[in-house]
Design a protein around this ligand. Structure first.
Ligand SMILES: C[S@@+](CC[C@H](N)C(=O)[O-])C[C@H]1O[C@@H](n2cnc3c(N)ncnc32)[C@H](O)[C@@H]1O
Length: 279
């Protein structure tokens, strides 16, 4: 009994050592991520390496092989994404959010449209926004000052995003006409054309410890906050609120939502697609 208790405490201690190791070696504060989520990702790496069956052994392995910290962090910041991921949300964005935003800008006689894709991964989300803007505005896009600010903590994902080169599988949600219009063929791959790329500016940024941004009309933060503890989710939602212009939109992932204490600062525009508006 005492031995079991000791082993549990020892494993808890080692789990915290791994978290501290990530902070020390990679500068990422994992204490704000959900413990269950972190344990799943560490277990996954332990299985993949096959060298450890306990957190203590895995911590020793990490310290002897610091390159493993990179692989572990890759596993924590999962980059799963897609062009036009969750089609219904993009339809709601194209047919409801964007027309209302453009109408509002017209009323204010403003031509400036600022969008933030927070946790943009390898770029498919911000580039989807850029493609929609091209389709919706056509040649009149040139009359606007559009900026799509795309940020992620993961430097490697941002490298892929900046290159803007994808394989055919990544383009499966686009029509043939869209592929021809927005991509150049590059061997077996597809490279985004410059008129889409130029709308998006990528920047490395940690939502937990990074600087605060402001003056956005629309913020996308989809499938990022699910990995974070509740108190951090709340703080980030308040950060997004502060970063939005009055009446600006916040669009979350399908399984994410705004908790009660923060919800009264937003109007829910589309509950199914998790689209909210700053009051
Ligand atoms: C599952 S992807 C979501 C990509 C895109 N938003 C979508 O829904 O298709 C999650 C992204 O969040 C990023 N991420 C995780 N923790 C982060 C943090 N603390 N700050 C900024 N980005 C983070 C990961 O690197 C990853 O690229």
């Amino acid at each position: 009994m005492l031995l079991t208790l000791f082993m549990v405490l020892d494993e808890e201690f080692a789990f915290n050592l791994v978290k501290r190791g990530i902070l020390k070696r990679k500068g990422v504060d994992c204490s704000k991520y959900r413990d269950n989520y972190l344990r799943r990702r560490i277990d996954h790496r332990m299985k993949a390496t096959g060298v450890a069956s306990s957190y203590r052994e895995y911590y020793r392995f990490l310290e002897r092989n610091p390159a493993e910290y990179d692989l572990l962090l890759d596993g924590i910041t999962i980059n799963v994404t897609d062009f036009f991921r969750d089609r219904d949300m993009w339809n709601a964005f194209t047919n409801d959010v964007l027309p209302q935003q453009l109408q509002e800008m017209n009323r204010r006689k403003s031509k400036l449209l600022r969008i933030w894709s927070a946790g943009c991964s390898i770029g498919e989300e911000p580039y989807t926004i850029a493609i929609i803007l091209h389709e919706k505005l056509g040649p009149t896009l040139n009359n606007f000052f559009v900026s799509i600010h795309a940020t992620d903590i993961d430097a490697k994902a941002l490298e892929v995003a900046r290159a803007g080169i994808y394989d055919a599988h990544a383009l499966r949600n686009l029509s043939r006409a869209q592929i021809v219009r927005y991509f150049d063929k590059l061997g077996s791959k597809y490279r985004l054309k410059d008129d889409v790329k130029r709308l998006v500016k990528f920047q490395q940024h940690d939502l937990i410890s990074g600087r605060k941004f402001s003056h956005f009309d629309i913020i996308f933060c989809r499938n990022v906050m699910i990995y974070f503890r509740k108190e951090l989710q709340k703080r980030l939602l308040l950060d997004f609120l502060a970063a939005l212009n009055n009446g600006g939109y916040l669009i979350l992932g399908k399984t994410e939502s705004i908790p009660g204490e923060v919800l009264d600062k937003f109007i829910c525009v589309n509950i199914r697609e998790r689209i909210y508006r700053k009051k």
